[in-house]
Design a protein around this ligand. Structure first.
Ligand code: XIL
Length: 358
């Protein structure tokens, strides 16, 4: 009788283990965290926030922690929306990725100018950056486990030379125009480390699997780390499309980053059904496009490829974050169909591709 009971129990256990995992975070719990970028609706609407809590173990504020959002004027700090996200994470025990301390977009433009609208000196800029970074990092120290310290500093496109004939891989941002070197990036990491010695500090960029850009990122991070700049990780944004990058290019980029840093995050994953990719909305939001079976299958194949690479590198990959919760929320517009949940917040077939991997 006892034996029968044990057998029955074993059978129940077997059936239970054959069940697919109940959520993304559960499916990947032994590999890395699964994250999502959220807007205010996602954390206030009860159905949406239940979905966030059910599926994800890490969160990023889509816009609400960016410099322009929290620090629009020198003496004005607007914390309400960022605080709401931080409180949501505290309440639900979800980890919070900080995004982003410095960026050329959605930046506090006032930081670059004096009262006569001329560029400030490098020292004034550094002072303002330091004050901003210290204030933000200190406020969320208890809940933010890592920060994108600088976002998108490397230029796309062909090789350029500076006035002295040296290779100039940096974007011609206002930071660069004021500093004429990469010192602003180094400083930002130092200030972030001063403010929180425990947070993991990331450099984050897009088109990061493009071999030329990957090369530039590797060269820059390697040289900074050799000089003792406190960089812990590389954020691969992951704004891809169904045609690229290839699995080989993703694999190659992750392997190269893994040679330089111990922490890799995919920070902004979405897969468009057209040919655009990267950090900008280029030509369209794909309005009116229908999702044919062929496009759907390609998207499933591309998601499968991304996660195969991430799983192969789970020793260095700590987190994969989707850029938005559902197609309805996507910064690319719903007609790009880039995410795992549809505009009614229902899982799409591609959700199962990602969750129920073999
Ligand atoms: C995007 C947001 O999703 C949009 O709502 C906003 O209008 C512009 O910024 N790379 C990044 C993100 O690092 O911060 C960007 O987010 C998308 C590209």
């Amino acid at each position: 009788m006892r034996k029968l009971l044990l057998l029955a129990l074993a059978a129940v256990a077997l059936t239970a283990s054959a069940q697919p995992p109940s959520s993304l975070k559960d499916a990947y719990k032994d590999l890395f965290m699964m994250g999502v970028a959220v807007n205010q609706r996602n954390i206030t609407d009860s159905a949406q926030s239940a979905l966030v809590v059910r599926e994800f173990s890490s969160m990023t504020a889509e816009n609400d922690m960016k410099p322009a959002s929290v620090h629009p004027r020198p003496d004005t700090w607007t914390w309400e929306r960022a605080d709401r996200i931080a409180d949501f994470c505290r309440h639900h025990g979800i980890k919070l990725r900080g995004h982003t301390l410095m960026w050329h977009n959605q930046m506090c433009d006032w930081m670059f100018y004096d009262a006569d609208h001329r560029f400030v000196s490098k020292d004034t800029l550094f002072q303002r950056m330091r004050q901003h970074i210290h204030t933000v990092v200190n406020r969320y120290k208890d809940i933010v486990y890592c920060w994108d310290v600088f976002n998108e500093c490397i230029a796309d496109g062909p090789r350029r030379l500076d006035a002295d004939g040296h290779d100039q891989p940096l974007r011609e941002s206002k930071f660069y125009q004021i500093c004429h070197s990469d010192e602003f990036i180094r400083k930002a990491f130092e200030y972030a480390r001063e403010a929180d010695p425990d947070a993991l500090l990331f450099y984050n960029d897009y088109n990061e699997c493009d071999p030329v850009k990957c090369d530039r990122i590797c060269t820059m991070i390697r040289s900074m780390k050799a000089d003792g700049v406190p960089i812990d990780g590389i954020g691969m944004q992951g704004h891809y499309n169904i045609y690229g990058p290839s699995e080989a290019d993703i694999e190659n980029a992750v392997s190269r980053y893994a040679d330089i840093v111990d922490h890799i995050h995919m920070t902004e994953l979405d897969i468009r059904v057209n040919r655009e990719m990267g950090g900008q909305l280029q030509h369209s939001d794909n309005a009116g496009a229908t999702l044919t079976d062929t496009l759907l299958r390609r998207q499933q194949a591309q998601y499968a490829a991304v996660f195969r690479v991430m799983r192969r590198h789970a020793d260095k990959v700590d987190c994969v974050t989707f850029w938005n919760l559902s197609d309805r929320d996507s910064w690319l517009g719903p007609d790009n169909y880039p995410l795992l949940f549809d505009r009614n917040y229902q899982p799409k077939p591609v959700y199962h591709t990602v969750r129920d991997f073999e």
